[in-house]
Design a binder for this molecule. Structure first.
Ligand code: NAD
Length: 256
């Protein structure tokens, strides 16, 4: 379905981003990966799906590096048809204890990076008459949790950015939508499981059950594969008139 198209997924060396990159590559999209840590493993996993894979190590907190990444993608593949703004970090603390530098980093990586990548990707999509921008927000783009001020503010911001981008392009073939996962067992969440296990003297399994039980009625983690399938739907012809939604895949979290 996506043969001949190019996708760029930020923060795709791990977790949800890698899951979405693999789902889009399985549909034939050539891929630009981004993110820190091991690069060769994720690159090989995506290349095994029979597409061309490139990588750019831009730090998504830095607008000039984001611009360099977008220029690199255009140079490698002509243009970016599908942009997935996914890179994100977390920090947990009450507002009065929240380190200002952690606030700045979360707003930069989880929110401003999506603005910069989107503004740089739009002109080529508009000229081509087709494009997909998918913002990985969170259920925390819809509801709040204590001790996540920066994350919740950034994700609510991402949902707002999604709606504005969708509206401004509503009469074109460029759509913009957000995905709002509940708990997904990636390194980002494993850290929160570990913190709970240590704080309460629980096993890893007990801490996972407690985490799910507090928020997610299905008592199940959403998987990167499920989120990848939703991204593929947004890119399909059936997604042509899906514009500005914040689609939660959260086991009923936001339904409560
Ligand atoms: P993860 O830690 O597994 O992956 C994060 C990715 O972002 C990695 O590839 C990492 O290298 C990259 N990254 C981090 N900082 C970066 C930077 N400055 N520049 C470039 N890349 C950077 O986490 P994940 O759980 O897969 O999270 C992916 C996205 O999904 C995030 O936006 C997160 O907020 C969102 N999300 C996660 C969950 C969850 O339960 N895991 C739920 C809702 C939303």
């Amino acid at each position: 379905m996506l043969k001949g198209k190019t996708a760029l997924v930020t923060g795709s060396t791990s977790g949800i981003g890698l899951g979405i990159a693999k789902a889009l590559a399985a549909q034939g999209a050539n891929m630009v990966l981004n993110g820190f840590g091991d690069v060769d493993g994720p690159k090989a996993e995506v290349a095994a799906l029979g597409v061309q894979v490139a990588y750019h190590g831009a730090d998504m907190s830095k607008p000039d590096e984001i611009a360099a990444m977008m220029a690199y993608a255009a140079e490698q593949f002509g243009r970016v048809d599908i942009l997935v703004n996914n890179a994100g970090i977390q920090h947990v603390a009450r507002v009065e204890n929240f380190p200002p530098e952690r606030w700045d980093a979360i707003i930069a990586i989880n929110l401003s990076s999506a603005f910069h990548a989107t503004r740089l990707a739009l002109p080529a999509m508009q000229a081509a008459g087709w494009g997909r921008i998918i913002n990985v927000a969170s259920v925390h783009g819809l509801v709040a949790s204590a001790e996540k001020a920066a994350y919740v503010a950034a994700k609510h911001g991402v949902v707002g950015l999604t709606k504005v981008t969708a509206l401004e392009n509503a009469t074109s073939g460029v759509t913009c939508n957000a995905i709002c996962p509940g708990w997904v067992l990636t390194p980002l969440v494993q850290k929160q499981v570990d913190a709970k296990a240590v704080a309460l003297g629980l096993s890893n399994d007990q801490a996972k059950k407690l985490l799910l039980g507090e928020k997610e009625p299905s008592l199940q983690f959403t998987t990167p594969e499920e989120l990848g399938a939703l991204a593929v739907f947004f890119c399909s012809p059936a997604g042509n008139n899906v514009r500005g939604v914040a689609w939660n895949m959260d086991g009923g979290w936001a339904a409560q």
